[in-house]
Design a protein around this ligand. Sequence first.
Ligand SMILES: Cc1ncc(COP(=O)(O)O)c(C=O)c1O
Length: 389
Amino acid sequence: MQRSRLVIDLGAIRANVRRLAEAARGAEVMAVVKANGYGHGAAPVARAAIQAGATHLGVAQLAEALEVRAALGADGRGVPILAWLYELDANFGDGIGQGIELSVSSAVALEAIARAARTAGRPAVVHLKLDTGLGRAGAPRDRWEDLVRRALALEAEGVVRARGAWSHFAYADDPGNPAIAAQIEAFAEGLALAARLGARFEVRHLANSAALVTDLPVAYDLVRPGSALYGLSPIPALAESAALGLRPAMTFESFLLLVKTVPAGQGLSYGHTYVTDRRTVTGLVPLGYADGVPRAASNLGPVRVGGRNLRIAGRVCMDQFVLDLGPDAGEQDGDRVILFGPGDFGEPTVQDWADATGTISYEIVTRLPAHLERVYLDQGERAASAAER
Ligand SMILES: Cc1ncc(COP(=O)(O)O)c(C=O)c1O
């Protein structure tokens, strides 16, 4: 297989959804497929998640929601997609007509959505968002009451349906952090206030992956896992994927485009930040930062080739990097290279790449561009067969 490609194990996605549904203790699962399904491909992941029991989808941008809706076709019929970001002058009518539900944090956004709903002649379905302490989106507590009241007035007018209420954690990946309990309490208070005002939310949701895998008692009606859906540990400092019952779904593989012998003292790649200390064999991999391989992985990124794990030698360029295969390397042009996989055969994982480059697994996968070929394996097939070598 002399190609660069991402191999996505949909069986792993399904198994992860089931594992998360168990942790959700009866709450339903909203599969978070923003950023092209964390790089895995939004529509195939969404389809697999729905097959495994997810009842909702979540994305960031309204535009993404519309794309996912169109790509799913009949497979997504009746599945609400929540979008939590949009331009204020977005064409909300498109979303309203397509069963896209919209998060609302402010009166300004609510009125813009209501105007579009009046024009569309059908109510916009909204989830009111409360900032319980993350300090990001969500109505601040002193504006929550006004937001709920206005949403209820628009509901009475038939323009809006206030279906959901929700919030998001700042520290769910840090069990025991006092901010967690404070946010849980603030959410409960916000819901109680809304109930006193007459709100009857069908779905209340707070839990992300970290909240689920650490068993926080906050499942409410819906849970919103992202990273865990893809088999990535949301709490890597505490537990690897396998310890959480999760299986990484993605394998990133490529090949040696050019194998050659170079003398001792040969600098490799731009700036010669790696210089060979002996006559050695190098291998050129046709992937670079334009393909999602972080430049920060220069001299650091772990790569499996020929049954051993090496580190990138020298700088990652825009579209290629080099490996020092060693003086006795038996590799040939065309041999397979694994950047990361589930780790079954000792190959590096997404988390290893995150650790090597000082970031989080989320960033490694979401930066993988759309132009990379994605191949989908279904249940039963082997995701990382190449890594066995
Ligand atoms: C609002 C919201 N909910 C849920 C998620 C899913 O988070 P995670 O991938 O940590 O499960 C995200 C992702 O960042 C998010 O922004």
